[in-house]
Design a protein around this ligand. Structure first.
Ligand code: 2OP
Length: 311
């Protein structure tokens, strides 16, 4: 039987997720949005690309969750995007309501699904979905680290004039200004980054990766990035559906790992058919742990605002 993925939110991120899932023939896709006609229209348009692109999956659009029943994965992208000058955290209360409703509905119709969150502020929205779904912690996962490392990898490849495919990178922490790119664990075909670039250059690239989302918002003016975010979310979908067990940086619920408890924060995880199958605890030096603690504290602040809303 074919796999089924629901994508909630038929905006730019959601539609591109649907397109990429179809392009890779990973699953049938149901695109859900509150705006009448938009998921149906985009769904049909993506479906009609099939004969040209050579994929054979079903794509449907809906304004309710009935057609999403028994999805294997639900990707939640719905929510308000940033405008220039806004931080991801400025979206907290509005997107909390969107994610709460989406989670309630998704879980009602697909009680056995795995939830992938994309909506910002990402780490806090994972917490909302986790509380509302009451799912086990391995089945609620946030997309951020793959995107943040993709940006870091891109900038490193450009700087060194090497293939992006050869650059692997590690970013920990929240998907925000306090994210923690780890140059020590970043390499080009195994060559540690600090052997290829001096500290000033590394700092410059770290800074650009950290502000990679804002850089694009500034250009677009009316919204945020969507090509790289959808590519990142679909890498997670693929690893889960094919049980590839890729080790990827994702937002995971920490229960004492890295000294952090009760929060979603970006860490390296193994993604397979059961969702998060392992959280890798890397030994951090004092500076790295301090930066991670600072990032976790920023996420905690948002959770404190949300807690009364779910009481
Ligand atoms: C970004 O970093 C939208 O959070 C997303 O571009």
């Amino acid at each position: 039987m074919r796999k089924k993925v629901t994508v909630v939110g038929a905006g730019n991120v959601g539609a591109n997720c649907a397109l990429r899932i179809a392009g890779k023939e990973l699953a049938d896709v149901v695109l859900v949005d509150v705006i009448e006609g938009v998921p149906q229209g985009k769904g049909l348009d993506i479906l009609q690309s099939g004969p040209v692109e050579g994929y054979d999956v079903d794509i449907t659009g809906a304004n309710d969750y009935e057609p999403t029943a028994n999805s294997d994965i639900v990707v939640i992208t719905a929510g308000f995007p940033r405008k220039p000058g806004m931080s991801r955290d400025d979206l907290l209360l509005a997107n909390h309501e969107v994610v709460k409703t989406a989670t309630e509905q998704a879980v009602k119709h697909s009680p056995n699904c795995i939830l992938i969150l994309v909506t910002n502020p990402l780490d806090a929205m994972c917490w909302t979905a986790f509380q509302v779904s009451k799912f086990s912690k391995n089945r609620v996962i946030g997309m951020a680290g793959i995107l943040d490392t993709a940006r870091f990898r891109t900038f490193i490849a450009k700087e060194l004039d090497v293939s992006m495919e050869n650059v692997t990178a590690m970013v920990l922490g929240g998907h925000g200004d306090t994210m923690v790119p780890l140059a020590r664990l970043t390499s080009v075909s195994g060559i540690p980054l600090p052997e290829l670039l001096d500290q000033a250059a590394i700092d410059r690239l770290v800074d650009r990766a950290r502000n990679g989302g804002a850089e694009i918002v500034k250009y677009l003016k009316t919204g945020s990035a969507y090509y790289a975010p959808s590519a990142a979310a679909v890498e997670m979908v693929e690893s889960i559906l094919k049980d590839k067990k890729k080790v990827l940086p994702c937002a995971a619920y920490l229960d004492g790992e890295y000294g952090i408890k009760g929060l979603f924060v970006g860490v390296p995880v193994k993604l397979g058919s059961r969702g998060i199958e392992k959280i890798y605890e890397i030994k951090l030096n004092a500076d790295e742990q301090a930066a991670l603690n600072k990032s976790a504290a920023a996420v905690q602040e948002l959770i404190e605002v949300l807690k009364p809303k779910l009481a």
